[in-house]
Design a binder for this molecule. Structure first.
Ligand SMILES: Nc1nc2c(c(=O)[nH]1)N[C@H]1C(S)=C(S)[C@@H](COP(=O)(O)O)O[C@H]1N2
Ligand SMILES: [Mo]
Length: 263
């Protein structure tokens, strides 16, 4: 199967027997489908029947898993409560040093020039389309201490500051009835989020880390911090934002990670 280990090299394990397939399926699935399997309410075979998959070929299993993942997106979107806040923490609980992670080594972190940096806003928006760093810093700012959860199996508490993304989107004249916001990064990473999450009160256009200008390794000059979403949905070094109704996918999402990626 072409399933990947979190952030690892492409998975090379070829699951030829039921057990191995089931193990991989468990790893690839997120709640609630995993819970259904875990509680043995549904067998993998049952899921296969439901989704018209014959379990005989890797391609067919992958297709099934992808369908379940899209099913998960719908369920997570339905369960998402825009008024429910992610937990916040006292300063004493901040993780020091905060971990670095990316799809490359720390030596390859992009070096974005503050002076020439421009944030581009594209797609369904009729306001200001090009923003300098000074203009972003001039907007009303706020701070939050929240937990970042990486799918690789670690989490860390950090303090981020910046502009409420909902405020920014309104100032940029974004059509907030659109379905998606895509976020494109200086390292060619990208991800995309649902509009309710984009408008969530804790979703922060982040310019600072722990009271300092956002360090290079943590996403200088700007990242989007969403404590309601897993680490891979929190893009660093953002250079462009697109408001759209067309599904934009994402770097890890296109390789099988669940798109909604709620935490
Ligand atoms: N541009 C960009 N953003 C990214 C990534 C990346 O590789 N490139 N990795 C994601 C993942 S998987 C994680 S866990 C976090 C890590 O953020 P940190 O370095 O601030 O801990 O960044 C996320 N955002
Ligand atoms: Mo991650």
């Amino acid at each position: 199967m072409a399933l990947r280990k979190p952030h690892g090299k492409p998975g090379s394990t070829l699951a030829s027997h039921g057990d191995a397939i089931l193990k991989d399926a468990h790893k690839a699935l997120k709640d609630p489908a995993r819970r259904l399997l875990g509680k043995r309410i549904l067998s993998l075979g049952g899921l296969a029947l439901l989704s018209g998959c014959d379990l005989n070929t890797d391609k067919s299993v992958n297709t099934m898993l992808r369908r379940i993942s899209f099913f998960n997106d719908e369920v997570q979107a339905l369960l998402f409560d825009p008024n429910r806040m992610a937990p916040t923490y006292p300063e004493s609980m901040i993780t020091r040093p905060f971990p670095f992670n990316a799809f490359y080594d720390i030596d390859d972190v992009p070096d974005v020039d503050a002076a020439t940096y421009r944030l581009q806003v594209g797609g369904l928006a009729n306001g200001k389309r090009v923003w300098t760093l000074d203009e972003l810093h001039a907007l009303p700012q706020q701070d939050q201490i929240t937990r970042h959860i990486c799918i690789e199996g670690w989490s860390a508490i950090g303090r981020w500051g910046g502009v409420r993304f909902a405020d920014f989107l309104k100032r940029a004249g974004a059509d907030t009835t659109a379905r998606f916001v895509a976020l494109h990064c200086a390292d060619n990473y990208w991800t995309s989020i649902d509009m309710p999450t984009a408008l969530h009160a804790q979703t922060l256009l982040t310019l600072t880390y722990d009271g300092q200008v956002l360090p290079q390794k943590y996403g200088f000059p700007m990242k989007l911090r969403m404590p309601t979403k897993l680490g891979y949905k929190n893009p660093k070094h953002i250079v462009a934002i697109t408001v759209t109704n067309e599904y934009p996918g994402g770097y890890w999402e296109n390789q099988g990670y669940n798109w909604f990626g709620g935490s």
